[in-house]
Ligand binder design. Structure first.
Ligand code: CNA
Length: 301
């Protein structure tokens, strides 16, 4: 897998500028591809992605499992999927650690993630540096009385389906759900509060591990100034809008063909290692402390 770019922009030049401190407001957009090497499947990778593994959940159509309206009707498939996909322990990948390294160097303005696994924090980023555009699995609430619950409580309930018929329930009888944004639900206000200024101030945009198929998140890349370098690092080329987004007229058609764009096709962890080798940061990356997240241990029986 290699590099495609429409101009003289190249990775060596970007790395030299990174190393010299030229970029002071790096913004990151990322998605499920940065967590696949931690064992969490993405949505759309052929054969590995979740969309290709949903037959057993007996859904009317695959996307239903991630739709807010379907969850309210039948939350069981969502929780069955969660039980199936999360590994026992989540360990931040080199790409998560690279985000923390950029912060440590003082170059990171913000990380905009579509992921809900919380691995950005386990790689060492402070809360203020991350916008979890699609919410998080690490907080949850009762969908009836709004009472909040801790992650260990949710994990216990999820991994003991025999005591709650497969769906975590509040004392009031309501379904408890993680604070994730399902399709058709509103994104967190923090996303809208911060994105305009962050993308205006951005002097380097790095996009990691996303098909850029989900709107409005995928429209963010178009918010940076025309002279800002945008580097897209992914196994496959940036996608076009998904069917639902096209029907609803949401977001922007993805086009990364400006002279300032660089498309680096390949594994994001390997690309991070290449960047660190070119910037002389390999040792710094290895020194980033990590805090694995336990998903299904510590469960009382
Ligand atoms: P997606 O549409 O599945 O795209 C993921 C992209 O990553 C694909 O284009 C893959 O080719 C690419 N990819 C996979 N592994 C690697 C790798 N190791 N290196 C480089 N590229 C890789 O997922 P998006 O994030 O674009 O879509 C947004 C959805 C996915 C959001 O709503 C998320 O909530 C949702 N999601 C999140 C997680 C998570 O939290 N880890 C997991 C699965 C889905």
């Amino acid at each position: 897998m290699g590099t495609t770019h429409s101009s003289e922009t190249n990775l060596d030049e970007v790395c030299q500028k990174l190393k010299s401190g030229h970029f002071k407001n790096v913004v990151i957009m990322c998605g499920a591809g940065i967590s696949t090497s931690a064992g969490v499947p993405d949505f759309r990778s052929p054969s590995m992605g979740l969309y290709f593994k949903l037959k057993k959940y007996n859904l009317p159509y695959p996307e239903a499992v991630f739709e807010g309206s379907y969850f309210r009707q039948d939350p069981k498939p969502f929780y069955s999927l969660v039980r199936d996909i999360f590994p026992q322990e989540l360990v931040p990948t080199p790409t998560h650690r690279f985000l923390a390294l950029l912060h440590q160097k003082g170059f990171l303005r913000r990380v905009y993630t579509q992921n809900i696994d919380g691995l950005e924090f386990a790689g060492g980023l402070p809360e203020e540096k991350v916008v979890e555009a699609h919410g998080t699995f690490h907080r949850c609430h009762c969908s009836s009385c709004q009472k909040t619950f801790s992650l260990p409580w949710l994990q216990n309930e999820i991994f003991h389906p025999e005591r709650n018929d497969g769906v975590p329930k509040c004392d009031c009888g309501g379904v408890v759900r993680p604070d994730v944004v399902l399709f058709g639900e509103a994104m967190p206000s923090r996303f809208f509060d911060l994105c305009n200024e962050d993308f205006e101030r951005c002097d380097l945009l790095l996009i990691f591990g996303t098909s850029l198929a989900v709107a409005p998140f995928n429209g963010l890349f178009a918010k940076v100034g025309g002279d800002v370098t945008r580097v897209f690092i992914n196994r496959t080329k940036p996608g076009s809008l998904g069917v639902l987004s096209r029907i609803l007229g949401l977001g922007h058609r993805v086009s990364l063909s400006e002279a300032t764009d660089l498309i680096e096709l390949g594994d994001c962890d390997e690309k991070v290692e290449e960047i660190c080798s070119k910037t002389g940061w390999t040792e710094d990356l290895s020194m980033i402390p990590i805090s694995p997240i336990k998903m299904s241990s510590n469960i009382d029986s």
